[in-house]
Design a protein around this ligand. Structure first.
Ligand code: GDP
Length: 410
């Protein structure tokens, strides 16, 4: 899908987490569940989820790619790698610059940890809409609600649980979906699809109260829902979903989900939430930059019909093709074999081959349209953060503003 005709079906997202919260495990599960060739049922006997992941780990291709493209519910999800170590804060900022939305993974036992705070504030600075995934619900001491409270206290966030867990620790076996008001049961075989069931009788009251809280939480930041709630209207699934999406896109609320990536529980529902609540390239503001000739402001919208404006966000040395530049295209079309202007360096560069990275293969493509992410071979002068644009319509995209270093006095 080189040209992105259905821009609203693209999600450029990052998994953001404190080290050890489960970013790698969540990412692996995403690639597994979205992997076409590895759909359950097609996996031949004996080759379980784990085997596939072990093989992948050995080959080391998937999880190390700076951006991996996968598909879920007819949407293209570009998973952009964000480093989890605090030392790589500048690198985290660079990746935040190019993603449109984030899934913040918390450890249900540890809750909000110091590094989560750092990354959360960085994401705030870039206005990155987020959903939260409270992972490791199977661990002893896991506490969904404590993590939600910590998000309020430590992060000043407006977390809105859209699910509540059913059972905890070893008995964690599902989530109540507060939007659709059903129980997703995770008790099946490893990696099975969650099974939709009726909310168990003893949890009905709790679920209704939690749904009310969700509606109140959204109503606090959304007039339409507030009015419907005050007037006592029944709020339907579609209406509520749309309002949650609106609130999330404006960073006024963060939907919270839960699961256990290690035990293959909840990741598929989290992918649904990525599609339902996180922005497409059309939902983010147009990018701004300056015209290097006269310093005037230039704005580019997410459209193939606008001149090319793109940013190189990661340069890696690839064992097969050599220097590989990962590029986010904001507007226009990046084409293999064409000459572009690196406006940051004021150098012309020829794009060699273009590649799109999938979980289990790299696909050669001829072009990439607005809103997309791909990797280019053959760029010699381009470094991380450089703008690539049409030679006859130059723009330098706003550079990343790094925070002032904090000087601590003992
Ligand atoms: P990262 O540092 O954030 O990438 O975290 P990893 O994905 O490497 O996970 C850190 C550790 O937590 C590993 O030992 C994982 O097996 C474990 N882990 C990840 N997800 C879960 C989970 O849902 N439940 C439990 N019990 N352990 C998990």
């Amino acid at each position: 899908m080189p040209r992105n005709a259905d821009l609203d079906r693209i999600r450029n997202i990052g998994i953001i987490a404190h080290i050890d919260a489960g970013k790698t495990t969540v990412s692996e599960r995403i690639l597994f569940y979205t992997g076409k060739t590895y759909k359950l049922g097609e996996v031949h006997e004996g080759a379980a989820t784990m085997d596939w992941m072990e093989q992948e780990r050995e080959r080391g291709i998937t999880i190390t790619a700076a951006a991996t493209t996968c598909e879920w519910r007819d949407h293209q999800i570009n998973l952009i790698d964000t480093p989890g170590h605090v030392d790589f804060t500048a690198e985290v900022e660079r990746s935040l610059r190019v993603l449109d939305g984030g899934v913040v993974v918390f450890d249900a036992v540890a809750g909000v940890e110091p590094q989560s705070e750092t990354v959360w504030r960085q994401a705030d600075r870039y206005g990155v809409p987020r959903i939260a995934f409270v992972n490791k619900m199977d661990r002893v001491g896991a506490d969904f609600w404590r993590t939600v409270e910590m998000m309020k206290d430590r992060l000043g966030a407006n977390p809105v649980p859209v699910q509540i867990p059913v059972g905890a620790e070893a008995d964690f076996d599902g989530c109540i979906d507060l939007v659709e008001m059903c129980w997703w049961w995770f008790g099946g075989e490893k990696g099975d699809k969650p099974e939709r069931r009726e909310i168990p009788a003893h949890l009905r009251e709790v679920a209704e109260k939690a749904r009310e809280q969700l509606i109140e939480g959204i109503g606090n930041v959304d007039d339409q829902i507030a009015i419907a709630y005050l007037e006592g209207h029944e709020i339907g699934v579609h209406e509520l979903k749309t309002a949650i999406r609106r609130a999330t896109l404006h960073s006024l609320a963060q939907p919270v989900l839960c699961g256990s990536a290690l035990k293959n529980k909840g990741v598929q529902l989290m992918l649904d939430a990525v599609v339902d609540y996180l922005p497409s390239p059309l939902d983010i503001p147009p990018v701004k930059g300056v015209d290097p000739k006269n310093g005037g402001e230039v704005v580019r919208h997410a459209s193939d019909d606008e001149p090319l404006a793109a940013i190189a966000f990661k340069i890696v040395s690839d064992p097969y093709v050599g220097r590989l530049a990962y590029i986010r295209v904001y507007s226009g079309v990046l084409k293999a074999g064409e000459t572009v202007l690196n406006s940051t360096k004021q150098e012309r560069e020829r794009i060699g081959r273009l590649l799109q990275m999938h979980a289990n293969q790299r696909e050669e493509i001829t072009e990439m349209g607005a809103g997309g992410i791909c990797a280019a071979v053959g760029l010699k002068q381009t470094f991380t953060g450089d703008t690539l644009c049409a030679p006859d319509a130059p723009i330098i995209l706003e550079s990343i503003q790094f925070p002032e270093p904090v000087i601590r006095v003992a």
